[in-house]
Design a protein around this ligand. Structure first.
Ligand code: NI
Length: 162
């Protein structure tokens, strides 16, 4: 396993649309293990998308404290409910936070690293993390949302999570 460096803006890999994974082979399983290790290296990290470690593939990992890690390959949001304004930050945009409009709840489907179909119903931080990481797969950062850009402010360059 390996802790991978986090790509930060304006790295072009963050703006690419990530490619679908066609086979969950050894290289994908290694990528998942490395992403999990990279996410857990700092306690404040709760999610990571493959483009953030320089790999433009549709793979995300989520690690909400006190909950089991979630690995999703080719994740798709199949349902969104409600709307809320929340603070958000991104490991790839260190030292900033902004307010963003997110769903109150989402349902996401995808596969885990063993090829098992998963359907995740989420609200709260998990829903936010899923939307944020899936945005990364589409080359979208939270600062690309107009409301976040308008409310963007500097914070201590501590770890900001997603
Ligand atoms: Ni992020």
């Amino acid at each position: 396993m390996a802790v991978l460096p986090i790509r930060i803006v304006p790295d072009s890999v963050l703006k690419q649309k990530a490619k679908k994974v066609h086979a969950i082979d050894r290289s994908i399983k290694k990528l998942v293990r490395d992403m999990l290790e990279t996410m857990h290296v700092e306690p404040g990290r709760v999610g990571l998308a493959a483009p953030q470690v320089g790999v433009p593939l549709r793979v995300i990992v989520i690690g909400i404290p006190e909950e089991e890690d979630i690995v999703l390959i080719n994740p798709q949001i199949v349902r969104r409910r409600g709307e809320r304004i929340i603070d958000e930050g991104c490991l790839s945009v260190p030292g900033y936070t902004g307010q963003i409009k997110r769903a109150e709840a989402v349902t996401v489907k995808g596969k885990d690293q063993n090829g098992k179909e998963l359907r995740v119903k989420a609200e709260g931080l998990l829903a936010q993390a899923l939307e944020h990481e899936i945005d990364h797969l589409n080359g979208t950062l939270y600062i690309d949302h107009p409301e976040a850009r308008e409310t963007l402010r500097k914070i201590q360059p501590e770890e900001t999570g997603l």
